[in-house]
Every structure is written in C-alpha cells, then in structure tokens.
Design a protein around this ligand. Structure first.
Ligand code: CTP
Length: 423
C-alpha cells in the first residue's frame, strides 16, 4: 500500500465519479491515491455506473461504493452525510458539464453532488467533456462559480476526445489529479507545530434577558482564517462571538459572546498561543447595567448608559515578551484607512494589522469576499484585489507565516522575544 508517510498517508479521500467515458481513468486515480496511503471511498452518479461498474471500485477499495443518495450505511446512518463528514478531501474526476452545472447551482440529486455539497472538506474538480461543452459560456460560468466556492480545478487537457476530434476537454492525467490532491495536504504543513488562536464574530452586550447591543459581523473572515490555519497544520483555537456561520470542524471552539467573556477567553489562550489573530468585532461599549428583567415599554424615553469595554488586543499587546504571541489585529475603517490602521498598530502593540474599508459601496461585513490591505510597522505591505475570504485567509497566512518565522529567526526566540516552549 503506502510507500511511506507522504502527505496522503491516512487521509480520507472521496473520489466522485460522474458519467463520462473518462470514468475509466478514475480507476487509475483510485489506485494512485491508495498507493500513497490514502483511504479512498468512491461515490458514483447513476450515469457513471453505465461506464464503469461499482464492483470495480468496490474490489479495489474493499469499501462499499455509494451510488444512491438515499442509501443508509451499516449503522443506519445516511451514507453520503457520513462520508461528507469523514472526508479530508473530495476529488470529482471525471466531472461532466452536467455535474459542474449541478454543483454550481447547489442541486444535489445524486450521491456525488450530495457529498460535495454536505462536506466542508476541500473539493478538487477535474472536468472532462467535449471541447464545445467546455468552452461554452454556461460551463465556463459554472467553473467560475465553483472557483468562487473555493473549489480547485484541475484543467482539462488538449488531446483526442471521445468524439474522435482533437480539442480541449480531455480529463487531466490521473497523475496530475493526484498531484493536486497531494499539494492540498503539502501546503497544509507550513503552520505545523504552531498553536494559533483566532477570534471571530461579533460580541453581544446584554441590555436585558432578551435584548443586546451587537454588530453585523458574520464571523466569516475569522472562520476562514481558522479553517485555513487548520488545513496548514496548526492547532487552532477559535474564540467565537456571535457567528452567522458554523465554525470549521477540527478546531477547538470557545464560545465568548460578550466583550468581557471574550477578554477572559483570549487572556487565557494567549500565553499558550504562538500567533493570535483578533478578527472579532468587539463592542467598544456595553450597557452599564443589564436588567435582570425584560425592560418594559413605559411610553417614556429610555436612557441607556454605556461604559467602555476593555481593549482586548491592546491588553495582549502589553503582555510580557515571554508570553506575548505574534499579534495581528483587524481595523475596520470608513475613512483614512492607512492613517488609522497605522495608529492602531502602534497604540495596540500589534505586529501586523489587516485593514478594510467599511461603509462604502462595497461592504465586507457579511460578504463572502473582502478587499484588505495589511500594514506592518513600515507601512502598507500588500496590494491585493477583492478576493473570496478563503483566498484572503490563504494569503494572510502566507504573509503572517513569513513574518512570524522572520521575527523568530532574527532574535532566536519567538516573536515578542518569547522563548519557544515547544521544540
Ligand atoms: N478590539 C479589541 N477589543 C476591543 C475593540 C477592538 O480587541 N474592545 C480589536 C479588534 O478585534 C481588532 C482591533 O482591536 O482586531 C481593532 O478594532 P476596531 O474596532 O477597528 O478598533 P477600535 O479600537 O474599536 O477603534 P474604533 O472603533 O474607534 O475605530
């Protein structure tokens, strides 16, 4: 089986096969994945079963092949949900034009689309079709949509097609698809051994048992950062305020919905963290008193006294060097981004600050995309376009990882002067 503990050793990979003549190449792909030590499950569309029998895959993998979206497994669990949750990666090869269209539209009529849609694992798509279908605007639009979802696309190759014509649309070689899967996990390694803490979402400051003062933060940026750090091998703690999205699996979640509870959670986690990213939108003020009983309508004006909340990230910035993690803050500004971000970086004792403009024609809050500029002590460090938040997170970790390593190597200690406890 495995020739050593490569990046795929022990990883659960689901290969989703759809109805193309290229389905036979999925057999080689499954073998290659298994040779690298991956545990492979195969899901098939009905059409795929007309090209290659499920028995072929079942014999190769010694595991049941899922070709029915309604199937229950041996424990009477819904099989596609179980597989979706267990998967470390999903590879759709070959992916027909029809499959791409269904995935882009969120239609989940078969086992393959159901698994891809239900899972939070990374998805690799390897399309295969006739050249005319591949270049059709509908297909290209669907592929663009899938890329926006964060799916990775292994482009089809130019060559002889099933029609006998030559053109673009031939499924990439199984070895190329395998490389894409391996890269997924190799890239995962650059934060290996680090403990990363990410705060996310907004705080809610209670007024009475049913009301609070809050903000519109969705937690999407923080969740993307936590998920990406996890995929790069970090041990991740996510300190979660009020979130509009589910925290990623595989990270330790600490719920903290008020600024005070978030402060406690962050102060507890920070001394054990190598890197802290404060992506949470912490309320600057809280009601001086939260009424025990629901405040009743009286016909009179209601005065609410607000008192300042602690500045959490600034407190971490003041921690002694031996326990202070490498520190990244966010700055949401409606104007003068550079000046305000620079001031926050300095005043809060941060190593980096991620600035974004809010309240303009584009509103990052709640959006799936973000346009950010990162600032260090020397000024602006990036010139990135608007990107899906997952891609923003990838680029941020590239930058944070580099800076963290440089800071650690410069003074022989962890950033902030901290002696590393691990290693
Ligand atoms: N932050 C914090 N504690 C607070 C307020 C903010 O830790 N009580 C953190 C945020 O998580 C973010 C950074 O400080 O990483 C900047 O947040 P921002 O709201 O932009 O700055 P404020 O300091 O609140 O300044 P202002 O609202 O006046 O712009």
């Amino acid at each position: 089986m495995s020739d050593g503990p490569g990046p795929l050793a022990g990883r659960r990979v689901v290969v989703g096969v759809s109805g193309s003549i290229a389905a036979y190449k999925a057999v080689s792909l499954v073998r290659l994945l298994q040779d690298r030590g991956a545990v492979v499950d195969v899901a098939m569309t009905r059409a795929a079963t007309r090209f290659v029998g499920p028995l072929t895959f079942a014999s190769l993998t010694h595991r049941p092949v899922l070709d029915d979206v309604f199937e229950l497994d041996a424990d009477q669990q819904i099989a596609h949900v179980e597989l979706a949750e267990a998967a470390d990666a999903i590879v759709l090869a070959p992916a027909t034009a029809n499959l791409l269209g269904e995935l882009a539209a969120g239609l989940v009529g078969d086992a393959v689309t159901a698994i891809a849609c239900a899972s939070r694992a990374p998805v690799i798509v390897a399309p295969a079709m006739d050249a005319g279908m591949w270049t059709h605007p509908a297909t290209q639009r669907n592929v663009a949509t899938l890329r926006e979802f964060g799916y990775l696309v292994v482009e089809p190759e130019v060559g002889e097609l099933a029609s006998g014509l030559t053109g673009i649309g031939r499924l990439a070689e199984p070895s190329a698809v395998l490389e894409a899967v391996e890269r997924l996990f190799e890239r995962g390694g650059d934060l290996e051994g680090l403990h990363v803490v990410v705060s996310a979402g907004g705080t809610r400051e209670p007024l009475d048992p049913v009301r609070f003062i809050g903000n519109r933060s969705s937690g999407k940026m923080g969740a993307a950062l936590a998920e990406t750090a996890r995929d790069r091998g970090a041990a991740v703690t996510m300190i979660a305020g009020a979130m509009g999205v589910t925290p990623p699996r595989g990270v330790t979640v600490v719920d903290a919905t008020t600024a005070q509870t978030m402060r406690e959670a962050v102060m507890r986690a920070a001394p054990n963290a190598d890197i802290l990213v404060m992506a949470a939108a912490v309320a600057d003020f809280a009601p001086a008193r939260a009424s025990q009983r629901k405040i009743k309508r009286s016909g009179e004006n209601l005065q609410i006294e607000l008192v300042p909340n602690p500045d959490i990230v600034a407190e971490v910035g003041e921690m002694p060097d031996d326990i202070r993690p490498f520190l990244i803050g966010f700055a949401a500004e409606s104007q003068d981004l550079e000046v305000n971000a620079a001031a926050k970086l300095r005043d809060k004792g941060l190593d980096l600050i991620v600035g974004n403009v809010v309240g303009g024609p584009f509103d990052a809050i709640g959006s799936d995309e973000n346009k950010v500029t990162v600032f260090g002590a020397e000024g602006s460090l990036t010139d990135w376009p608007m990107l899906p938040k997952r891609q923003v997170a990838e680029r941020l970790w590239d930058l944070i990882g580099d800076r963290y390593r440089t800071a650690r190597n410069t003074d022989g200690s962890a950033p902030g002067g901290r002696r590393r406890r691990r290693s």
